[in-house]
Design a protein around this ligand. Structure first.
Ligand code: AMP
Ligand code: TRP
Length: 322
């Protein structure tokens, strides 16, 4: 099954990224699966060049530490495969301004700053290209990317209708639980790399003490009944989904085992610490040899280009380029 997904090197991974996306990537990796660090996407917001280099290496280490195996799947760097930027232009001449300006994420991010970059508007087109270049059938992502995925499908279908069948129309795949992990302090807002209260996000490489503290302080409600109910108990339901995702038990079953919030929080903190410990260990080992990480990305990018090249040229020819 051809799979593609990616993540921006815009900061350290949090457990929303892990449970919503990377955990699925690891579970479904195969010789036909491609996972990229989408460094071109990270340029849509202000980022110091040195910081971008650091965070890119860091994210490569995080992918491998979480269990992506470069001998099984292809791990690569978006900017090392020039077809992404090239197909982006072709698809910008297929997508419409109206479609892009209606994207929720664009409206939210644009609102927060003056003089936002054109790339912030056109970013879902670059993302559509990432997917279409690999003829991906499935794209495992968290819930916040659903709208972008829908746009990628629209662009693919429009291209195929206008220029002849060129692209595979992709499908988004989301985990059954934890597709949208919420901020621990504001459980009506998603956990995010960019906007977050200091105790709102658990990062993959947080210390056990920090994880414990963040879980203990997570905002819940005051009626003290342990029940899985997003409408009335978003804070508690968020904790139950995290528990469920790490343990494999259903959220309702987990809720049935507890009568006190404090007990659930204590066990959840232990579960997270224990689940992340081997990932944290591997991460530290991998970061000790950044040269090897870059070599992995370079090998992956050469493999990725072999797949993306013919698809790019097919699209260019279909549009009338010589
Ligand atoms: P990003 O950090 O925006 O590049 O997102 C990388 C991946 O993590 C995408 O598949 C997102 O859908 C997923 N993701 C980001 N935040 C969350 C969250 N709070 N809950 C679940 N998945 C998330
Ligand atoms: N836009 C995605 C995000 O912010 C990252 C991304 C870029 C992506 N290209 C992709 C995800 C292709 C899946 C497939 O999370």
């Amino acid at each position: 099954m051809r799979i593609l997904s990616g993540m921006q090197p815009s900061g350290p991974m949090h457990i929303g990224n892990y449970l919503g996306a990377v955990k699925q990537w690891v579970a479904t990796q195969n010789h036909d699966a491609f996972y990229c660090v989408v460094d071109l996407h990270a340029l849509t917001l202000q980022i110091d060049p040195e910081k971008l280099r650091e965070q890119t290496t860091d994210l490569l280490a995080s992918y491998l530490a979480c269990g992506l195996d470069p001998d099984v799947c292809t791990v690569f760097l978006q900017s090392q495969v020039p077809y992404h930027a090239q197909l982006n232009w072709l698809l910008e001449c297929v997508a419409t301004y109206g479609e892009l300006s209606r994207m929720t994420q664009f409206k939210e991010k644009a609102q927060r700053q003056e003089g936002y970059r054109v790339g912030l508007l056109t970013y879902p087109v670059l993302m559509a290209g990432d997917i279409l270049l690999y003829e991906a059938a499935e794209v495992p992502v968290g819930d916040d990317q659903r709208q972008h995925l829908e746009l990628a499908r629209v662009i693919a279908e429009r291209f195929n209708n206008r220029y002849g069948k060129t692209f595979t129309v992709p499908v988004a795949v989301q985990p059954k639980v934890a597709a949208r992990v919420m901020d621990l302090q504001e459980p009506t807002r998603k956990m995010s790399k960019s906007v977050s209260s200091p105790l709102g996000s658990i990062y993959l490489f947080d210390t056990p003490a920090d994880i414990e503290r963040k879980v203990r302080k997570a905002v819940t409600d005051t009626d003290n009944e342990v029940r899985f109910d997003w409408e009335h108990k978003p804070g508690l339901s968020n904790l139950l989904e995290m528990y469920s995702s790490f343990s494999g038990d259903k959220p309702d079953d987990v809720a049935g085992r507890y009568s006190r919030y404090g007990d659930l929080k204590g066990d959840l903190a232990t579960l997270i610490v224990e689940s992340l410990a081997p990932i944290q260990r591997r991460y530290r080992e991998l970061l000790a040899d950044p040269g090897e990480l870059h070599a992995v990305a370079m090998r992956g990018s050469l493999k990725a280009a072999e797949v993306a090249g013919p698809v790019y040229h097919r699209a260019a020819r279909a549009m009338g380029l010589l």
